[in-house]
Design a protein. Sequence first.
Length: 464
Amino acid sequence: FFFIHITKNTKTKESPPSTASNIIPKSYPLVGSFFAALANRHRFIPWMTPILQNTPSATFVLKRLNSVQFVTANPDNFPAHAQKTQFHNYPKGIDFQPILFDLLGDGIFNSDGDKWKFQRQVSSHEFNTKSLRKFVETVVETELSDRLIHILSAAAADKTVLDLQDMLQRFAFVNICKTAFGYDPEYLSPSLPQAEFARSFDDAVQTSAERFREPLRIFWKIQRLLNIGSQKRLQVAICQVREFAESIIIEKKKELKSKISPDESMDLLDIVISFTLADRDTTSAPLTWIFWLLFRNPEAETPILKEIREKSDAPVFEDIKDMVFTHASLCESMRFYPPVPLDGKLAKKDDVWPDGKVIKKETRNDWAEYKPRRWLKGDGDHDKWTFVGRDPYTYPVFHAGARICLGKEMASLQMKRVVAAVLRRFKDVSSRMRNVIRIFQVAVIRVYLPMRKIYIGPVTDMFC
């Protein structure tokens, strides 16, 4: 099997000198590089990055016992080939789906074929301009003005320390609940404990992720069969998540019945959980990273502040769409730290990648200067700039092809509005953020900065 690393990595000036001989893991008869993979299972991306840097085609063949894993950061292979010209040949596959089935079931992120097509068709109707406008001008604006900004202002006035990522996770969670399900959990406050559903959801996602890192899949399968260890905790967490989701379905049952044919066997619980997974961490993680990157690159913050000052304190939908510098900075942040940096596919039949690698049937496949202006074009002398998007096959942060993220525009609008609201009022948002990164590899990658604490200082003369 193989995983696809969807952000190409290149050497930076800070990278220590290295040679391929001391970077590429050794492969032994029968076991291959099993022990190297075992030792680095908790840090797969940091481990693979220098390896891919030292291979000519940015593709590496990792052999482990009875499996062969193709790891690639070559955009010609993925997504241009596997998600465009040969999309039909690379589904999720029967090896990937069982790992996340307990949590996601047959939801849109864990299904193929007709089940996936139907869910995507139904979901696509919810992402029109009218829905996006309502989302920004009601849900996001209300949660920002009534809750998030008040919390940050109170922290600034009291000179207290806040965990910004925790606040952003709560913010995103409330938004998706209000938007998709008409439910307000009302827990966007550091004084409130994490909602039971959110806590159980975290546990379920993290434990499901650990299945990917097991050196032998049989380990977690035995634990699941005997209902012991981490798999017992997973079942408890999933039970709580599904109880919450079921309560939402009961409240919205009549509305959902009018939209979904009774002949469809789709599990509505899977839809609710998949929608929550789609928004919560994939929005809060890029927001956390952009504040940290802007602190480390203050020259990139200046044009954003100028752009924000030109808009009203509560910009309308069109104003947010026109925030080109903010949009460019978010895209640049996600180029550095994509919310979903891994993807997995299964080859249905033999294939040859553009770099020459031969992919056999039932095989799995698996970029440093911060410059937002790379996303803009125009006349710098007259300060007229236009945002220039990239081909999703070369910038697949929101995926590409038939599986491109339906909520791309919704996520971008929400993040731009939050960045504008926070930077308008606060300075040095990330002044105490430390560069300590722990990455959980899951269907949606979660990026934690466990040592990070953020002091939020009020703006004094920034907007005089």
